[in-house]
Write a protein that binds this ligand. Structure first.
Ligand code: HEM
Length: 372
């Protein structure tokens, strides 16, 4: 009875009107027209995918996960600010770069240097200091003039500072930071960074000078093979293979310094002036002639990362080589240091290690025999 009183009376007209109103409301809500959104229409119903389209209707039928995956893969958009690189939100190669730098480069670099020091220690223990077999003669002969020695020491002193400050950049936080503490380590590293940046130019000048002064004397020749075959006589007392001004071992050092030095210099310049040089794309293009399949379409950021890795790897190799050179040029061989010290070496030393050069100097025919 009460229910029948409360129940509204429905005519056929009101039923049809209500149905049409409902239909209009559904159409209005589900039709995703931009003007409707702009006018502040209720968009709640569009929050879930509809007909294959993702919410917002911005990405068409690309899912959000695809969108972010593309960004993770390094997809680049466009930006209106001058720095076009900002269009790339995530540069995934950065992960690879960091992993290679902090992994193999750091670890194998340390092994290379410790390895060479261990080898030298072993060599010294077995062979001792290489003496002048015939004993000092008391007579000297000029080995390097002032210009040559100046070029050598410009290269050598700058290289040593560059090596120490560079090693600090790679290993300092592991080795020095725990000993010195943050403040001192930061001050030393900052000063080291400036020294590294500026002394690089002295090193470049030195490498160029050394190249022009000595290249004529460092062309490989047949007698170098014999020198190498007998280990330069370094391992056995009394063995002295004939050699010109530079023996095969020194020629190897020379070319390591020139090629390594140029390589370090170019990659160093690329680091000193960021994003100004792109050496790798073009180099890879040339190397691909041999079917290496190296990537050639590199971004400037990738170029920077490759420059850094190359700079570090070549520097570590050259440091290991130079540790050996410093040993043999000082402690390892009696009479050697004077060549770069006063420029005058003992005649017996010269006869034992550079017999053909002594003959040349004595016969005055040096100028006629440039290639060794
Ligand atoms: C304290 C460090 C060094 C010492 C004691 C030293 C000593 C010497 C000596 C004595 C020679 C002449 C060898 C001879 O008369 O046959 C020489 C040559 C040479 N040095 Fe050094 N050197 C040092 C550092 C360096 C560095 C850092 C570099 C380059 C990065 C370098 C590059 C060369 C080159 C290219 C030669 C000519 C080729 C050779 O003799 O091996 N030196 N050095």
């Amino acid at each position: 009875m009460i229910a029948s009183v409360l129940r509204p009376r429905r005519s056929a007209f009101s039923l049809i009107f209500g149905f049409l109103l409902l239909l209009a409301a559904v159409v209005a809500v589900t039709a995703p027209t931009a003007p409707a959104r702009a006018q502040g229409a209720d968009t709640t119903a569009a929050e879930s995918p509809t007909a294959g389209n993702v919410p917002g209707n911005v990405l068409g039928n690309t899912a959000d996960s695809e969108f972010w995956r593309a960004i993770r893969r390094g997809e680049t958009g466009s930006v209106t600010i001058p720095n076009a690189q900002a269009g790339q939100l995530i540069q995934s190669e950065g992960d690879n770069w960091r992993a290679v730098r902090n992994g193999p480069v750091t670890v194998y670099g340390a092994w290379a240097m410790l390895g060479i020091v261990a080898l030298i220690a072993l060599f010294f223990a077995v062979r001792g200091r290489i003496r002048i077999d015939a004993g000092p003669s008391g007579t000297t002969i000029e080995r390097f003039n002032m210009i040559e020695r100046t070029a050598h020491w410009i290269t050598a002193t700058s290289f040593i500072v560059l090596a120490l400050t560079g090693l600090n950049i790679l290993y300092g936080r592991h080795v020095l930071l725990p000993i010195l503490g943050l403040d001192i380590f930061a001050a030393i590293t900052l000063a080291g960074k400036y020294a590294h940046n500026f002394l690089s130019f002295a090193f470049m000048v030195g490498v160029v000078l050394i190249f022009f002064l000595w290249v004529g004397r460092n062309i490989p020749g047949k007698r170098d093979l014999h020198w190498l075959a007998v280990g330069g006589g370094l391992f056995k007392k009394g063995v002295h293979p004939p050699a010109g001004k530079f023996n095969a071992g020194q020629k190897l050092i020379f070319w390591a310094v020139i090629l390594g030095g140029v390589s370090i210099s170019l990659s160093g310049l690329a680091l000193l002036f960021p994003f100004q040089f792109a050496f790798f794309g073009g180099t890879f293009e040339v190397l691909n002639i041999f079917g290496l399949g190296l990537p050639t379409d590199l971004t400037m950021m990738q170029e920077m990362q490759l420059s850094q890795l190359w700079h570090g790897v070549v520097a570590l190799i050259l440091i290991a080589i130079i540790i050996g050179h410093i040993y043999i040029g000082s402690l390892g061989m009696e009479g050697a240091f004077e060549a770069m010290g006063s420029g005058q070496v003992d005649l017996n030393w010269a006869k034992e290690h550079h017999s053909l050069w002594v003959q040349e100097v004595r016969s005055g025919s040096e100028a006629q025999q440039p290639a060794e």
